[in-house]
Design a protein around this ligand. Structure first.
Ligand code: C2E
Ligand code: MG
Ligand code: MG
Ligand code: MG
Length: 284
């Protein structure tokens, strides 16, 4: 048939394109099915206080897909598709509520325990976001100051003026804002004076590029910037004791990474906190 149309290349059956389109259709179907079936879970990665013996002071909520055949699927493998299907506001809303409930449960024995939740661009531009966050805080009873909403620079950058407006409204609710993967975006510095931000998360690429001994590093420069703008720094992706020690000496304050703990289901954090309290009691 394609031939009779004049041999137009675009019309000829292309098995590779066809296979790709088919794969994509199946992936979409699978994701919609997974959302319908409630196959998503929130895992939590501890955030530690470097100045206080490395105790866990909060966690970051990280979504995962418990796929019936593929097992635990990381967000890098489904978030883009979910975004294209317009499902991230819904999935993100569920993560937010789940995380706030869990934070309140931990606060029972650990007052002030903090919850960090990631927001995507489509959530930030969703006009319902402010009401949604307010309602989740009301429903769960989590003190707003213990919720930190994380945004990447690229998210905040899409429309700087609009982002600043939405972030101000969020801050009026009492929640705090973190700039995630800080330093990896464009013209990061100008954002710090435009956006109402409280926390900067130093991207793990800078943490991992720190020299073993002495020498200046981007991580150190970012920490200077954080201090200048009165922002609380959190170092991401700390993978070994040397990095932890250097960051502590540089005054990073807080850190997160495989060296301390990997993301884990809620029960793992509960056990970690129980163990931590038992150790504190022994020291007293
Ligand atoms: P992120 O917000 O920068 O989260 C940190 C990522 O680094 C997590 O990957 C975490 O598992 C990983 N990580 C933590 N410590 C280390 C370390 O020491 N070394 C290395 N190599 N990696 C470490 P994960 O869970 O795969 O999440 C990837 C990204 O997906 C997140 O990056 C975030 O941007 C996004 N994401 C995750 N959950 C959500 C969510 O609920 N909503 C939205 N909108 N985005 C999410
Ligand atoms: Mg994050
Ligand atoms: Mg990050
Ligand atoms: Mg990161």
């Amino acid at each position: 048939r394609a031939k009779r149309d004049g041999g137009g290349v675009a019309r000829r059956f292309d098995p590779v394109l066809f296979a790709k389109a088919e794969q994509r259709r199946l992936a979409e179907q699978d994701l919609m099915r997974g959302l319908e079936a409630g196959e998503f879970e929130v895992h939590y990665q501890p955030i530690v206080d470097l100045d206080n013996g490395g105790i866990t002071v909060g966690v970051e909520a990280l979504v995962r897909w418990r796929h019936p055949e593929k097992g635990l699927v990381p967000p890098a493998l489904f978030l883009d598709l979910a975004e294209q299907l317009g499902q991230v506001p819904r999935l993100g809303g569920w993560v937010l509520e789940e995380a706030c409930r869990q934070a309140l449960a931990w606060q029972d024995r650990h007052p002030g325990f903090e919850m960090n939740v990631n927001l995507s661009a489509s959530q930030l531009t969703n006009p319902k976001l402010i009401d949604e966050v307010r309602e989740v805080l009301e429903r769960t009873g989590l003190p707003p100051q213990d919720l930190v909403l994380e945004l990447t620079e690229s998210v905040a950058l899409t429309d700087l003026v609009e982002s600043a407006r939405v972030l101000s409204q969020l801050k009026e609710l009492g929640v705090r804002i973190a700039l995630d993967d800080f330093g990896t975006g464009f013209s990061s510095l100008s954002h710090l004076s435009t956006l109402p931000v409280d926390v900067v998360k130093i991207d793990r690429s800078f943490v991992q590029a720190m020299p073993e001994t002495g020498g200046a590093s981007v991580a150190e420069a970012v920490l200077h910037i954080a201090r200048t703008f009165n922002l609380s720094p959190v170092a991401e992706g700390v993978e070994d004791a040397g990095q932890a020690e250097r960051l502590k000496d540089l005054g990073a304050g807080r850190a997160q990474g495989y060296h301390f703990a990997r993301p884990m289901p809620a029960i793992g954090v509960t056990e970690l906190l129980d163990k931590q309290s038992a150790e504190v009691k022994l020291e007293l």
